[in-house]
Design a protein around this ligand. Structure first.
Ligand SMILES: [Zn+2]
Length: 442
């Protein structure tokens, strides 16, 4: 193709803005309930159409009416190599329009940002990947290895209708996939004008959601009563809620803290990582949760009348375990609640941890440095969970790498599921350039 023809093609860094905006305008609210969740099918069809326009065939897999996933495979030049899975979810958490400065599904462009629910979680990455693939298809670029694209439903409510559905029912789609990249990694954290950390997710905590059940003797609220289920439950919930689990520094967190303390000139005491973490500013919230198991009470339920002592009471506790600590956490919780409270797991998904090394990590780091000479890639552990939990069940080594260069003063972690979620347009364009380089060399 002549350079004239090439220059007439849409620039992927311009196109990503339109693609992201279109996706933001499709309301894909996931309420956790099939009857009230919306838009995933429309978003999946949009992605399939944008892929089809440039000759990429995709398959749409619906797990329940409206809950749609799209998967496509882009053949690489070396079929003997393992494939790379690139995954992004299309659903978003609900947004209350009254709390926002703009319509949460307006996709408004204002002050250099694209605004909308999903702007950083994670329609930004969904759009970046589309922009890169469309550009490649138009210009005849082929990746070195197969790339499997998966756009999923239901990540925000446990992935049952999305990644877990695909893994359980269509695992053949991921044949040959050895590594994966997805959300919550690759974003920058400014140290100073010349240096930025890029946090690459190499580990995530496990999900251990449990329900406590207390039983007692039902009775009349006006009488003496020494076997009250509400009292027993309340005591157990308070003990858990106030408990601080011991600090355990995993390899990932140690690598992160070592690099960061070196860069920031913070003294790191291995016996007291919390002092160093407290100096990290806005990301202290994320990192602080990755040095211990956590257990936060989130729901209570008991009783049906003001003057009746109920025979049962239940509470939900959102626990998150460090890699390899789920069983230990269960024992710790049993000890805290005592023998009379029953524990039932409502969700249990394993923690993940991989090493920060190898060719793929090199390719990520090189792509970041090429676009930002001040980039310092570091591994980190996410305190939450992603679709990586499902894909790792297939033996795939998963990373969080959705590259984004952010302004120094933006409180990025507060935007996740937050009010006025927005993504800087230049950050989005930076992400396209990094991804383009990375995927050509992965
Ligand atoms: Zn997400």
């Amino acid at each position: 193709m002549t350079s004239d023809a090439a220059s007439a093609l849409p620039d992927p860094t311009a196109e990503v803005v339109d693609l992201c905006r279109d996706l933001l305008r499709i309301d894909t609210t996931n309420t956790g309930d099939n009857d009230t969740s919306v838009g995933e099918r429309r978003a999946a069809e949009y992605v399939a159409e944008k892929l089809a326009e440039v000759g990429v065939e995709s398959v749409l897999h619906e797990s329940a009416p409206g809950r749609a996933n799209v998967v496509a495979r882009i053949p690489g030049t070396d079929p003997s190599r393992g494939a790379l899975l690139v995954h992004g979810h299309l659903d978003v958490v609900p947004a209350d329009a009254d709390e926002w400065s703009v319509g949460p599904f307006s996709g408004e462009l204002r002050d250099g940002y694209l605004w909308g629910r999903g702007a950083i979680d994670m329609k930004d990455f969904d759009a970046m990947v589309l922009a890169v693939v469309r550009h490649w298809q138009r210009t005849g670029v082929r990746p070195p290895r197969d790339i499997v694209l998966a756009y999923t439903a239901d990540e925000e409510a446990g992935s049952d209708y999305g990644a877990r559905f695909l893994v359980d029912n269509h695992r053949g789609l991921f044949d040959g996939c050895t590594e994966a990249i997805g959300e919550v990694g690759g974003f920058s954290y400014s140290v100073n004008d010349n240096q930025r950390l890029y946090l690459i997710e190499t580990a995530e905590k496990g999900i251990d959601w449990l329900r406590l059940h207390a039983k007692g003797r039902p009775g009349h609220g006006s009488m003496m009563h020494d076997d009250n289920a509400v009292t027993a439950l309340a005591e157990a919930v308070a003990r858990i809620g106030r408990h601080r689990f011991p600090v355990v520094v995993t390899d990932t967190v140690r690598a992160f803290l070592t690099e960061v303390s070196d860069l920031l000139g913070i003294e790191l005491d291995p016996d007291d990582p919390e002092t160093a973490i407290a100096k990290l500013g806005p990301i202290a919230n994320i990192i602080g949760a990755t040095i211990r198991n956590t257990a936060n009470p989130t729901r209570l339920s008991a009783g049906y009348k003001d003057n009746v002592i109920p025979g049962r009471a239940t509470a939900t506790i959102d626990c998150r375990s460090l890699p390899g600590q789920s069983e230990l956490l269960e024992r710790q919780l049993r000890e805290l609640v005592g023998p009379d409270i029953a524990i039932e797991y409502v969700q249990r998904q394993p923690a993940l941890e991989t090493t920060f090394d190898g060719d793929l990590v090199e390719a990520m780091s090189a792509a970041l440095r090429a676009e930002d000479p001040g980039a310092r890639p570091v591994p980190y552990m996410l305190s939450g969970g992603t679709d990586a939990k499902a894909f790792s069940q297939l033996g795939i080594r998963c990373f969080g790498f959705a590259p984004l260069r952010l302004p120094a003063d933006l409180n990025f972690s507060a935007l996740f599921h937050g009010i006025d979620e927005r993504v800087p347009v230049d950050g989005l364009q930076f992400g396209v350039r990094v991804l383009d380089r990375f995927l050509r060399t992965c």
